[in-house]
Design a protein around this ligand. Structure first.
Ligand code: PLP
Length: 362
């Protein structure tokens, strides 16, 4: 279980069950943001250089959490930008991706296909399992792209099994719905991209990509900017080749204030232990599930392989009505036409289940 010191970092309302949409940041993130912004307001000759070092701090934690070197890590401002980099960088051929993925993982491939760089092959509807991927692979497949945890069904992909069936092709993973909430074999991915605004609780404008050696060999950093060039920061009117390593994905400098906030959030998660956070989330998802079942709800998300997402319907009550009942009781959830989605974090009090019961009891 997580430490009391970790839990003291958070102050969201007890009925907040919407971490799959946005994770309210910690006090460490708030304090770091305020401190760095204040520092920038009083900028002196060395302030900008000092602030820019926050990026190294964030990359170092990501490298530790992903068991790789910092030269394999690049910060990105959101998941989508990382996936666009991947889509425009893959070496052509056919990319296998389900149309049911969150659109951050469908548009980049569609746009890269429109630009004539690759073709997209859709996976059969359903969970992205090793069997489904095996059935979709062809001799032309160069890459497979998948959400680590599906935003809608809550299904947690078996990354190790996917790695096995994908073989020497590139495995690209949108990890935003899992990273920080579950301990997964992230090193199975050739490209792992995750924004920090959900389960990592780092706020918007934060994210990273981790590239394997295979990815660094095969992906062409098409969208490499001046900060991604070899010998960065040389103003000699020449165009330089992309830098070696993941740094080649850099387009320009990111906000060092956001990078510092991201580092604070990552360090907090690392200190608490991802395994401990995962266990707390699983316990809360289990309790919410039991409560919902006792109220006659149908669980429509995955119940076997899952992470922090629990989706349900209540027979006879449209999702919008369920959402209104929850809101009236102070429960924040994602309400979609087809279901209501709950997603607790380690800081969610167990009493959130009582609120749920109070809101939905007949
Ligand atoms: C699976 C998945 N990918 C990506 C995103 C968001 O992408 P971005 O960080 O580009 O906003 C979300 C949710 O908003 C998501 O659920």
């Amino acid at each position: 279980m997580v430490s009391p010191a970790y839990l003291r970092q958070f102050g969201e309302p007890g009925g907040y069950l919407d971490f799959a949409r946005f994770g309210p940041p910690s006090r460490a993130v708030l304090d770091t943001t305020a401190r760095l912004l204040e520092q920038s307001a009083g900028a002196g000759s060395s302030t900008v250089d000092e602030l820019m070092r926050q990026e190294q701090r964030a990359k170092a934690v990501i490298a530790r959490l992903c068991r790789t070197g910092a030269d394999h890590v690049v910060l990105v401002p959101n998941t989508s930008q990382g996936l666009f980099q991947a889509a425009f960088g893959v070496p052509g051929g056919e990319v296998l991706v389900s149309a049911a993925e969150f659109p951050a993982n469908t548009y980049p491939w569609a746009r890269a296909a429109e630009a004539g760089r690759l073709t997209v092959r859709g996976l059969a509807p359903g969970h992205v399992t090793a069997d489904a991927v095996t059935a979709g692979l062809t001799a032309d497949t160069t890459a497979v792209s998948v959400n680590a945890v599906d935003f809608r069904t809550g299904y947690r992909a078996d990354l190790a099994a996917l790695r096995d069936v994908v073989g020497d092709r590139l495995l690209i993973v949108d990890g935003i719905q899992g990273f920080g909430a579950i301990d997964a074999p992230w090193d199975a991915a050739d490209v792992l991209v995750a924004g920090g605004q959900k389960w990592l609780r780092a706020g918007w404008g934060t994210g990273f990509a981790v590239l394997s050696d295979r990815a660094l060999e095969r992906l062409r950093p098409v969208l490499s900017g001046w900060t991604g060039a070899a010998g960065g920061g040389v103003f000699d009117n020449e165009i330089h080749p992309p830098a070696p390593g993941a740094a080649s994905w850099s387009i320009t400098n990111l906000s060092p204030v956001s990078s510092g906030a991201f580092a604070a959030a990552l360090e907090l998660a690392e200190e608490a232990g991802i395994g401990a956070i995962e266990a707390c989330i699983a316990e809360r998802v289990g309790t919410l599930e039991e409560t919902l079942r006792s109220l006659g709800a149908q669980i429509v998300s995955a119940t076997g392989r899952r992470a922090g997402i629990l989706a349900f319907t209540l027979p006879g009550k449209p999702a919008a009505q369920v959402g209104a009942l929850l809101a009236a009781e102070g429960v924040a959830a994602t309400v979609r036409p087809e279901h209501v989605r709950l997603s607790p974090h380690a800081s969610t009090p167990m009493a959130a289940a009582d609120r749920l019961r109070a809101a939905l009891s007949p």
